[in-house]
Design a protein around this ligand. Structure first.
Ligand code: ADP
Ligand code: MG
Length: 750
């Protein structure tokens, strides 16, 4: 057998085209990857010889001899089918059926022995395996050893790709395990001893080759710890590096812009806003760059907190950049900040306050003139605040003296994008990241583990409660009642959102079936909008159901008698930016009563007069997303109402909707979301660019929270003493490998 190391490429073990398949479909490139490729499940070889004890529905591995093989043409289709009867030593028999005899016919001849892996089914009164994976056993010592192995071990079942079925995957993993001399041990001995961790090589054996009475979960726990430990080491190193950076201190200026702003605030800050404000002021004044995450429920008033920090930065002679994920949001921030500042935002203008500043907007789709103006204001220092989308990150955008970067709704914003912005300062600027998605502790420790966090727990006084109900769209009476409610709100002078899962065509009639989720505008914003993304979470219901588009909804509403005379507008990511902006302004100004929109309005849109939201095909949205969405209503003095409309929810989707309806506690919902969604999505890995997809850890699990907390403590202590990992080459190698993966994942996303 060739001697391999964990770094050996899989081309050493398989043919080139198979290696390509493994890399492309499973992300397996090196031997180390293969080790981490944990089985999906295990079958118990309880029926190696006794075929008589099988039950329909169970996954089995049987060792048996082919007794009979019959090929016959199929009745309704072209081609031949193959029926094989296999038998054990005790005279029991089992049918094995292949609906295409091709490739099996000659091999499964009477007299040969083999393993067969599959799920037991029934045909008439006889039990059978349909298309099992199988492997023939040679009639020699090797064959006997193989039989003996299955008698004494659980059999792992791996997920498969192309011609690499589970049996082949298993053989491949075993070959790798057997040909690597020494398996790297990234966790130092003392930590392993104090945590009672088993050896990594023992863990891999437990995961891939557990004996019948052993628990593979014990091995998996070790792999989880390793994953967490490597991740936390990276975070600890990042934190350490940040600590050694020097920022320009931005001390507060009594009697400055911030003081003037505070004096004009039409409301009183909540205790939380004040407290966090003090923390931010102190951090801005220090020569260590701030690196803080501000989380707070929708509507908890994060923007004011951030704005006050920005004003403090300006008071100290610097500039602030506010990065928003969409153009709608950037424009809204620009508008509301300008409005909140009033004459303070008319720096240099006649009638402006003497120490006023200018707020510039920079987005990708601005007119060339407006853009040039903003670029100039940013570069000259004229603009104290520059609000923008990812356009802010581009190379040619320069600041006179960037002091503070605020990132709104970070969880969809990449660490790389943030870094690009940080590099625009003379020294690294202070960074404040805001998110309205409540972050469970596991996620805070992993995805945001290199930041300090603050949480705004209370909502400003005078906030109204939101009630949420699920509406069965199959019951016309309920649907009518929904639109009647919307009409009542409008009649009372309020406004409504109607959110649809897709855009659809402009000339879409209700019931049209075309789906256009792929032809979205520039991928980046579309990703954010979620419009391109209908696999968000409802995908288990299958792709056959047609989803309601914005335009189809528009014509439905126009044809609804209850809504006669109601002014209806449309908003989605594919509209021209000017149109988007104008529509948002008109809605904010109360010139539109009902806004039919996609999830562009999911985050941050703030129109206090909006009191009701109807989410159409609500089962297509995830828990956190629905929670975000409904945060758009109940922002003023009117109670909010959220109606989740669904026509054909599966059981799981219904459970999700009921959960959203039952509580407005974002933390509880975030955890529920973590439990239900695929891990990669949970972390928003696709959007965020943080390679935060975890392989083994389950961030929704309480047990895993402890593993992460332990690993974090251990890793931070280790890095404190040995930031370069000089005494820990195996850990350093694992860290390097993980960072490479992050890099690769990032590049792939483009
Ligand atoms: P979010 O945390 O969702 O970003 P915002 O900052 O958009 O919340 O605040 C929501 C609304 O509440 C805004 O209209 C804002 O002006 C208002 N607001 C913020 N702080 C207070 C406060 N302390 N008292 C009353 N209203 C406030
Ligand atoms: Mg906000």
């Amino acid at each position: 057998m060739p001697v391999l190391t964990e770094d050996s490429p899989l081309t050493k073990l398989v043919k080139k085209n198979e290696a390509e398949q493994l890399a492309r479909n499973k992300g397996l490139v090196s031997v180390a990857d293969l080790f981490e490729f944990v089985p999906r499940r295990y079958v118990r070889p309880g029926h190696l010889t006794d075929l008589s004890s099988l039950h329909v529905g169970e996954d089995v591995l049987v060792v048996a001899e082919v007794k009979k093989a019959t090929t016959r043409p199929m009745r309704n289709r072209r081609g031949k089918m193959l029926t094989v009867v296999i038998g054990d030593d005790l005279g029991n028999e089992l049918d094995v059926t292949f609906f295409s005899a091709y490739g099996h016919e000659g091999k499964l001849a009477p007299g040969v022995r083999g393993f067969f892996v599959g799920q037991v089914g029934a045909y008439g009164r006889r039990l059978q395996l349909t298309h099992p994976e199988y492997e023939l056993i040679d009639d020699d010592e090797k064959g006997d050893a193989a039989v003996e192995f299955y008698r004494t071990h659980r059999v792992p079942v791996y997920s498969t790709t192309g011609k690499l079925n589970s049996l082949k995957m298993r053989r491949l993993v075993y070959q790798a395990l057997d040909s690597v001399d020494r398996i790297r041990e990234p966790v130092p001995d003392d930590i392993r001893a104090s945590r009672g961790l088993i050896d990594r090589s023992a863990a891999l054996e437990l995961v891939h080759r557990p004996a019948v009475d052993e628990q593979p979960a014990r091995g998996l726990d070790r792999l989880k710890y390793d994953e967490a430990f490597v991740l936390q080491t990276i975070l600890a190193q990042r934190r350490k590096a940040a600590e050694s950076e020097l920022a320009t201190p931005r001390p507060p200026r009594p009697g400055g812009l911030l003081a003037a702003f505070d004096a004009r605030l039409p409301f009183e800050l909540t205790a939380g806003q004040r407290e966090i404000g003090e923390v931010l002021t102190a951090e801005l004044a220090s020569d260590r760059p701030m690196h803080r995450l501000l989380q707070g429920e929708v509507g908890s008033g994060k923007t004011v907190v951030a704005l006050r920090a920005m004003l403090a930065a300006i008071d100290a002679g610097g500039q602030a950049a506010l990065l928003a994920p969409t153009e709608v949001l950037a424009a809204q921030h620009h508008r509301s900040i300008t409005a909140m500042l009033g004459d303070l935002a008319q720096g240099g203008m006649l009638g402006g306050a003497e120490f006023g500043t200018t707020v510039a907007l920079l987005t990708g789709s601005q007119s060339a003139a407006a853009r040039r103006r903003s670029l100039l204001d940013a570069a000259s220092g004229e603009a104290g605040i520059v609000v923008g989308t990812h356009a802010l990150i581009q190379k040619h955008v320069q600041f006179a003296d960037l002091a503070l970067v605020v990132v709104d709704e970070q969880h969809r914003f990449g660490v790389e994008q943030r870094d690009a912005l940080r590099e625009k300062g003379i020294r690294p600027p202070h960074v404040l990241v805001m998110t309205a998605t409540p972050i469970p502790r596991t996620v805070a420790m992993t995805v945001f583990g290199d930041m300090e966090t603050s949480t705004l727990r209370e909502l400003p006084r005078g906030r109204s409660p939101i009630s949420t109900h699920v509406v069965d769209a199959n019951r016309p009476g309920w649907v009518d009642r929904t639109w009647a409610r919307v009409a009542e709100e409008v009649a009372a002078g309020h406004q409504a959102y109607v959110v649809c899962p897709r855009i659809g065509d402009v000339d879409d009639e209700p019931g049209a079936t075309s789906r256009d989720s792929s032809d979205e505008d520039a991928g980046w914003e579309a990703h954010w909008d979620g419009e391109g993304d209908d696999d968000q979470s409802g995908a288990e219901e299958g792709p056959t159901r047609e989803l309601t588009g914005v335009y189809a909804m528009l014509s439905t509403l126009r044809a609804t008698p209850a809504l006669e005379g109601v002014r209806i507008g449309v908003l989605h990511g594919r509209l021209d930016p000017d149109v988007k902006d104008a529509t948002m302004r008109a809605f904010a100004a109360g010139e539109i009563d009902v806004l039919v929109a996609t999830t562009v309005i999911e985050v941050g849109v703030d129109v206090p007069n909006a009191s009701v939201m109807v989410v159409v095909d609500a089962d297509r949205f995830g828990i956190s997303q629905l929670h975000q969405l409904r945060g758009r209503v109940g922002r003023g003095s009117v109670p909010g109402l959220c109606l989740l409309m669904t026509s054909d929810p599966g059981e799981r989707a219904m459970e999700r909707l009921d959960q959203v309806a039952a509580t407005t506690d974002g933390f509880e919902l975030a955890r529920a979301d973590l439990m239900l969604r695929r891990e990669g999505d949970v972390l928003g890995a696709r959007q965020s660019g943080r390679a935060n997809s975890v392989r083994h850890l389950r961030l929704g699990r309480v047990e895993d929270e402890q593993i992460i907390a332990d690993a974090r403590e251990d890793a931070f202590a280790l890095v404190e003493h040995d930031p370069q990992l000089r005494a820990h080459p195996a850990l350093a190698a694992a860290v390097a490998m993980r960072l490479d993966e992050e890099q690769a994942a990032w590049l792939e996303r483009g």
